[in-house]
Design a binder for this molecule. Sequence first.
Ligand code: ZN
Length: 340
Amino acid sequence: MDPRIKSIEDQVNNFLIKTKEDLESYRLQFISKKGVVSSLFDEMKTMASEHKKQMGKSLNDLKQLAEERFKTAQEALENNASTASADVDLTLPMIPNKTGSQHPLNLTRFRIIEIFERLGFNVEDGPEIENDWHNFTALNFPENHPAREMQDTFFVEKNPDVLLRTHTSNVQIRLMKNRKPPFRAIMPGRVYRNEAISARAHCFFHQVEGLYVDKNVGFADLKQTLYHFAKEMFGKETKIRLRPSFFPFTEPSAEIDISCLICHGKGCNVCKYSGWVEIAGSGMVHPNVLRNCGIDPEEYTGFAFGMGIERITMLRYSINDLRLFSENDIRFLKQFKPVI
Ligand SMILES: [Zn+2]
């Protein structure tokens, strides 16, 4: 066989035909009157008759191969075009992208972090499974305090006690124990209590606690910081009120109320007609807690506070059932700000 025929056969088989333009250049190269196959036919006419017969058979085979390849490629291109036009109806309205939304608890957490970061507070993190010392003893909880009971807390092990933390105060203890003051930090995180699940209580929820320890930190600093927070979080008109309270880890202690966002102090069922809504617990860090962490309470003082992210989110978005946050009901979740 003429080596040129073999070479053209290879070219025909390997020619890539993906577009109409490819098909046309294929046609010009191999099938048209000026193509390579035709020119070999022309050449054959001048040959001696014994060569002519042999060459003629090979050339006819080549011509057939080239034409078949052309036909198959042409059909394939036409089919693709018709499928594509059937799939896309440009007159239809577009299908909207399904974008996820941010969980309302995260939206609130991010906002709280943003406010305190601008005041120079770092974000600190710590373990959710904690030993008794970091969760209770270091925080000045007396031996027989009811919060240490099995009924109130989830224990992982007893003697020595290991439990799911009941507040993020364990992070405050770890911070004070491991580093030197001054500290200015907030601790957002998940906490656990052995509560029956209802519209107002859950066995897990989220807190943000704050700690500020330095020389000459006073109660006025605590009040001003939380007043600033309330105005940033709930609006410039928001007022705060401090009510004396008791916590083992702070002295003096106070509950922080804000003026009711719904009725602005006139009285409604959200504020139980008092005009005030509780948002946080706070106080000056108890000298025993500082001592437990190796800090001299004569040299350093500090304030601490803690608030529930669920509680603040419920106030922000007028949500009346705590269980909605963890039920993963898409109708509830998709009402909040999209991720993008
Ligand atoms: Zn009210």
